[in-house]
Design a protein around this ligand. Structure first.
Ligand SMILES: [Zn+2]
Length: 134
């Protein structure tokens, strides 16, 4: 199997194509390791992030990366926040927020650091903002 679309990172391991979407695991990322789902050859036309791999196409990429030994289950669990305290519906809600809403969520949750779920929500909001900048 070969990728359908152009992808310019030489550090990526191709994981196969599902529904016209090329899946990759990349070891070269600011966060250590990430998963990528590329929809077309157009540069920005992809989804990425271990923290968004709880379900959907990136979950398929996660399973394959784990099966092929590129990613450990422990690293994936840690990065994907699937320790049982942040449901994917929360991640989805955060992804739909504007930058201002994300910033507000981040600042309001860091005031309640004792609460594990709030801490993860704040951290996820921060990561989403950070990704949008690049
Ligand atoms: Zn890469």
């Amino acid at each position: 199997m070969k990728p359908l679309h152009q992808h310019d990172c030489h550090c990526c391991h191709y994981l196969g194509t599902v529904d016209d979407t090329d899946l990759y695991h990349c070891g070269q990322s600011g966060y250590g390791s990430t998963l990528i789902a590329r929809y077309s050859s157009d540069g920005p036309d992809y989804l990425s992030g271990l923290c968004f791999s709880q379900s959907g196409i990136l979950r398929i990429a996660a399973n394959r990366a784990i099966e092929q030994g590129h990613l450990s289950v422990e690293d994936w669990r840690r990065a994907a926040y699937i320790n049982g305290y942040i449901p994917y519906s929360d991640v989805k809600r955060l992804m739909q927020m504007s930058d201002d809403e994300l910033r507000e969520t981040f600042y309001s949750t860091i005031q309640q650091l004792g609460d594990k779920r709030n801490r993860i929500i704040g951290d996820t909001a921060y990561r989403i903002m950070d990704r949008r900048k690049s």
